[in-house]
Design a protein. Structure first.
Length: 576
């Protein structure tokens, strides 16, 4: 027995040290691969202005004299935001007048509110300033793409995935030391399924010639910690956790495939909005109140949280700009949609998720309109709504009164947070070992206070790596959005990471009493199938913004795009 205990102690210590090294290796390799490769924006055409040639590097480009314009025409009579040049995924171009004073003409004909088609060689007049639009033929597009650097060349994604697999095996070894014999087979099956799933995804991407796998690797790293949290707190539900993980990854792949066709994506924004509102309506009408909130629905013995699934639908609808980038009425429609969503969340008492929606609304509305006044108006309205919510819901005001004073009432109002901070401190730098903590027995520890739970069991250093993985995803998404093909990809990715980062901050700082406790989950890690499904669906938007050569399966390759256009042009020619 003593020999076994000594062996267990040695194995636990070795696994802790190995997990820390592997976590650092995964983060460093992913960051190096994502950020060290030079950003190479795609060129889709040119706008010739005298001797100057401006490259068109986005599918929606603002033409104007402002420094922030995508195509800057620095002439006295050209407005700061004069026109918008758009390209659809069939390769067809249009130009729109953004309510300029001097107007826009194409080949001598004035452009009206519906815009005008644009072809190679057309002359575009911007209030007296002549420019010429030059489209890039398919042959030149292929040459430009051939000169770009493919993703995943700096750092091998397969070696990073091997590090992740070793990390998961170390986690499993720690659970083997603490779990009961009854639950160990299910826990082992959970980690085995996760390992098999990530390698199947990687090989599937290789089969379709995709070499960028950093986003998925970080998501699987966080999901591994989530699997560990589930194994520690509710080992009897491991089979459910396995099924939800498989379903979440399947939704990620389905979402990425769906986003490949922007026309289809745009056409479905109306039905998606209706579906989101219908889910919230069902939640409002049929859910039962639990601890002041009515955000759960029971169906067939399973419970789910509709607001989590609505997150992806909300961003899907809000980012649908496409060729309507210049129209304010779309912004007003999105404001109305957002207001209904937030009111529904307020009715069910889910104010933490309402705050996430509001932050994403600010990001989407600003990126769509560029109007500080719109954002200021929204913040003012939210402040008023928050005041009314605090007045109408006393338990919300109570959370603010407890904020910063949890140690004054450790057996009532500050019970959860004081236990969370004590457990986090007791874990030290390396933790007690997976499944060996006591915080898991406190209500909502595996959801609302999961950061403290990870600190206790796996150590502060692993918990910090968990946060850094989320920050790496966010930084990469914002960096990719600057060079994204379409405004849809850019806005959706930035909105998705803003929602995830806000969720991260509320969970971490709320459990440590740095911010008011809102009961928001940590992305990927907190136990809960609805949250896991939502996070993986949001990953599809981040993946869509990655326009590195061969990086994203959510972006149609240029050779397929030009090939499809050739076929369509040939069909139109035969019809003529």
């Amino acid at each position: 027995m003593e020999a076994y205990q000594e062996f267990a102690q040695v194995l636990l210590a070795a696994s802790k040290f190995a997990m820390l090294l592997l976590s650092a290796a995964i983060l460093i390799r992913c960051l190096r691969s994502m950020l060290s490769e030079k950003a190479e924006p795609e060129t889709w055409g040119y706008l010739r202005l005298g001797r100057e040639t401006l490259p068109v590097q986005h599918w929606e480009s603002i033409i104007g004299s402002a420094r922030s314009a995508d195509l800057r025409v620095d002439r006295p009579k050209v407005g700061k935001v004069h026109a918008v040049l758009t390209r659809n995924d069939r390769g067809l171009w249009h130009i729109y007048d953004v309510f300029s004073k001097g107007g826009v003409w194409v080949n001598g004909e004035k452009v009206d509110e519906s815009g005008a088609p644009l072809e190679d060689g057309d002359v575009v007049n911007l209030n007296g300033t002549n420019t010429r639009f030059l489209d890039i033929p398919p042959e030149k597009r292929e040459k430009l793409d051939a000169a770009r650097t493919a993703a995943g060349k700096t750092v091998s994604p397969s070696l990073t995935l091997i590090d992740l697999t070793l990390f998961q095996l170390c986690l499993l070894a720690q659970h083997a030391l603490s779990a009961s014999r009854e639950h160990l087979p299910a826990i082992a099956l959970g980690f085995a399924t996760l390992i098999l799933l990530q390698w199947c995804c990687y090989n599937a991407m290789r089969l379709i010639h995709r070499s960028g796998f950093e986003v998925e690797t970080l998501a699987f790293y966080l999901s591994s910690l989530g699997m560990s949290v589930a194994a520690s707190s509710t080992p009897e539900d491991m089979f459910k956790q396995i099924l939800l993980t498989v379903a979440a990854v399947a939704l990620f792949l389905l979402g990425g495939w769906w986003l490949r066709n922007l026309k289809r994506t745009s056409l479905m924004r109306g039905p998606m909005a209706v579906l989101a509102l219908a889910l919230l309506a069902v939640n409002v009408l049929f859910s039962e109140s639990v601890f002041g909130a009515r955000n759960w629905l029971e169906f067939g013995g399973y419970s789910f949280q509709p607001s989590e699934l609505v997150k992806a639908a909300y961003i899907y609808v809000g980012a649908s700009t496409l060729d309507r980038l210049y129209r304010k009425r779309n912004l007003f429609g999105f404001i109305a949609f957002s207001a209904v969503c937030v009111m529904a969340l307020a009715l069910i008492g889910d104010f933490g998720t309402a705050l996430l929606f509001f932050v994403s609304f600010l990001v989407i509305s600003f990126m769509r309109s560029g109007s500080i006044a719109t954002v200021f108006l929204a913040v003012t309205g939210a402040g008023l709504a928050g005041f009314l919510a605090v007045s109408a819901r006393p338990y919300i005001a109570q959370r603010f009164t407890v904020w910063g004073h949890v140690w004054e009432d450790v057996y009532d109002k500050g019970y959860q947070q004081t236990r969370a901070m004590s457990a986090a401190a007791s874990g030290g730098l390396f933790g007690k070992g997976a499944g060996a903590g006591w915080l898991k027995d406190i209500f909502a520890a595996n959801t609302d206070m999961v950061f403290a739970m990870v600190c206790e069991e796996l150590g502060l250093l692993i918990a910090v790596c968990m946060v850094l993985a989320m920050l790496a995803l966010a930084f990469f998404a914002v960096r990719s959005a600057r060079n994204g093909r379409s405004a849809y990809y850019a806005i959706a990715a930035c909105a998705a990471v803003s929602m995830l980062l806000c969720q991260l901050a509320l969970n971490v700082f709320g459990s440590l009493d740095i911010l008011p406790f809102t009961g928001v989950t940590f992305p990927f890690v907190s136990r809960g199938g609805s949250s896991l499904l939502s996070c993986w669906m949001l990953m599809a938007f981040i993946k869509g913004a990655d326009n590195r050569l061969g990086a994203s399966f959510a972006v149609r390759p240029a050779d397929q795009d030009t090939g499809r256009r050739r076929e369509e042009d040939g069909e139109e020619g035969r019809k003529r």
